[in-house]
Design a protein around this ligand. Structure first.
Ligand code: UPG
Length: 486
């Protein structure tokens, strides 16, 4: 293990970082988490988090409010500023999401930061602006940081391997003139330094195959190269290969600082005691938990196949099933009002003693319950880290974004999961037989995957302890921020 970094004497300067996370639960949870860790580590560090609430998303709004309420009680050195919302829009089309946010919120972010700078120059002993910590989707704001004469950093909410993938794709496009969009449907394999194994184009996120979103990703990656440093929500013990591939001098400094999780979960959103009570009554490692992130949902045809698979497998289950919102819009799914309508006839009655269907899940509490034996997941990076933390093996069912890459990594590279399907965006229904096969494999007791998951859980719990890998990286990040201050 490398020598732990200590905080330098220079950290005596009072410094303020402005965080700008994306409006999405999957991004906010860990971004607010890393902000908390940073201020905990250094009493001269201050953080302001600029919160962009999406135009219309009550679930997210409730979640953000509970996150803020929890954090407020922890430190007075973290401030949240809710940026004004665009009330007129009822959701934003996916392909316009980032540009719309930059256009509408850019001037508001500038105004908020100008106030911080003004305060700092007029109030003695107040912290000085030290830099921006941006979401990787918002790297277009690097220019704004330059206007304020401070450095930009990124907090990368996904894996180091997928960060490497992003850089690789952009270089392939810009330096070797490869039109990534044309790779759609191809089996061509690529040796991407952040992965051990060559990856076939069929594992590439489908956003890479659509002209508008592919262009957005290349723009984002170009800007990402310009920042001073990238904190990544991972830990060296999990992704040593990927982390090493990013430290060859071609990229900004990379700091693996995770796993950053909100172990309290989104307690403010929904009542959940009846779920925990039910789990208390189930045998050890006997329940398969199915949950597909903040945006995952299934229509009736797919829900029926999942239900059949669960029934045929005979395993106990806890299934977070949610209804799709308007297709192509960045809106959260909602709970089914009458879930029986989309399930096979009699399913609820037949499985009443062995299973439960819920809406939004208290996921962290569930994964931490000893009755849970396996997790069928969309492989969002937070869910992946949560599952690793609790040593629960995963069955992978990626839906969108970089989730296919995460699934590839969990199954093919790290042996921490088994596959159900590699992709869902083709909108082909995954059959009950395939789902059942995956669930049976997942729930095997004493399998290699289960044993590896338990081992990685131990490593993940050590990474942020004092002097260990991620703790050291956080200290190093703070030192570098102070050194880079104007
Ligand atoms: O019913 C639910 C559903 C989700 N969660 C929590 O919400 C978070 C979801 O995060 P994640 O698993 O990463 O999924 P997404 O919400 O889909 O996250 C987005 O952001 C991630 C981080 O960048 C990406 O890896 C994903 O692909 C992207 O969809 C996790 O903390 C879950 O515990 C719940 O508590 N209950």
């Amino acid at each position: 293990m490398s020598r732990p970094y200590q905080l330098s004497v220079q950290t005596m300067k009072k410094a303020e970082l402005v965080f700008v996370p994306m409006p999405g639960i999957g991004h906010l949870v860990s971004t607010v988490g890393v902000a908390k860790l940073l201020v905990d580590l250094n009493s001269n560090l201050f953080v302001t988090v600029l919160i962009i609430k999406p135009p219309y998303d009550p679930n997210l709004t409730a979640y953000v409010d509970s996150l803020i309420a929890d954090t407020d009680s922890i430190s007075t050195r973290i401030k949240f500023i809710n940026l004004p919302q665009d009330e007129t829009q009822q959701g934003i089309p996916l392909n316009k999401f980032i540009t719309t946010i930059i256009q509408s919120q850019g001037p508001r972010i500038k105004e908020a930061v100008a106030k911080i700078v003004h305060f700092s120059s007029s109030v003695p002993d107040s912290p000085r602006l030290a830099g921006f910590v941006l979401d990787f989707f918002l790297t277009a704001l690097v220019d704004l940081a330059n206007e304020f004469g401070v450095a930009s950093y990124v907090f990368y909410t996904s894996s180091a391997a997928s960060l490497g993938f992003q850089f690789y794709m952009q270089a392939l496009h810009d330096e070797q003139n490869v039109d990534i969009v044309k790779l759609k449907g191809s089996d061509a394999e690529f040796t991407i330094p952040s992965y051990f194994n060559p990856i076939s184009a069929k594992f590439f996120p489908t956003i890479m195959f659509k002209p508008e979103t592919s262009t957005i990703m290349h723009n984002v990656s170009r800007e990402l190269r310009k920042v001073k440093g990238i904190m990544v929500n991972t830990f060296s013990e999990l992704e040593s290969h990927a982390v090493n591939s990013l430290t060859d001098g071609k990229y900004p400094a990379v700091y693996p600082v995770g796993p950053i999780l909100n172990l309290k979960g989104a307690s403010g959103v929904h009542q959940n005691s009846y779920i925990m009570k039910w789990l208390d009554e189930q045998p050890l490692s006997s329940v398969v938990f199915l949950c597909f992130g903040s945006m995952g949902s299934f229509g009736g045809d797919q829900a029926k196949e999942i239900a059949r698979a669960l029934e045929q497998s005979g395993h106990r289950f806890l299934w977070s099933l949610r209804r799709p919102s308007v297709e192509g819009m960045m809106l959260s799914p909602t709970d089914y009002e009458n879930v029986a309508e989309v399930l096979p006839e009699g399913f609820l009655e037949r499985t009443a003693t062995i299973g439960k269907i819920i809406g939004w899940a208290p996921q962290v509490a569930i994964l931490g319950h000893p009755a849970i034996g396996g997790f069928v997941s969309h492989c969002g990076w937070n869910s992946t880290l949560e599952s690793i933390w609790f040593g629960v093996p995963m069955a992978t069912w990626p839906l969108y974004a970089e989730q296919q890459l995460n699934a590839f990594q969990m199954v093919m590279e790290l042996g921490l999961g088994v596959e159900i399907t590699w992709t869902y965006e083709t909108m082909e229904i995954v059959s009950a037989e395939n789902i059942e096969r995956g669930i049976r494999c997942l729930m095997e007791q004493d399998s290699d995957v289960r044993n590896r998951a338990k081992e990685m859980s131990k490593q993940s719990r050590k990474a942020l302890m004092e002097g260990r890998s991620s703790h050291s990286m956080l200290c190093r990040f703070i030192n570098d921020v102070i050194d880079n201050m104007p």
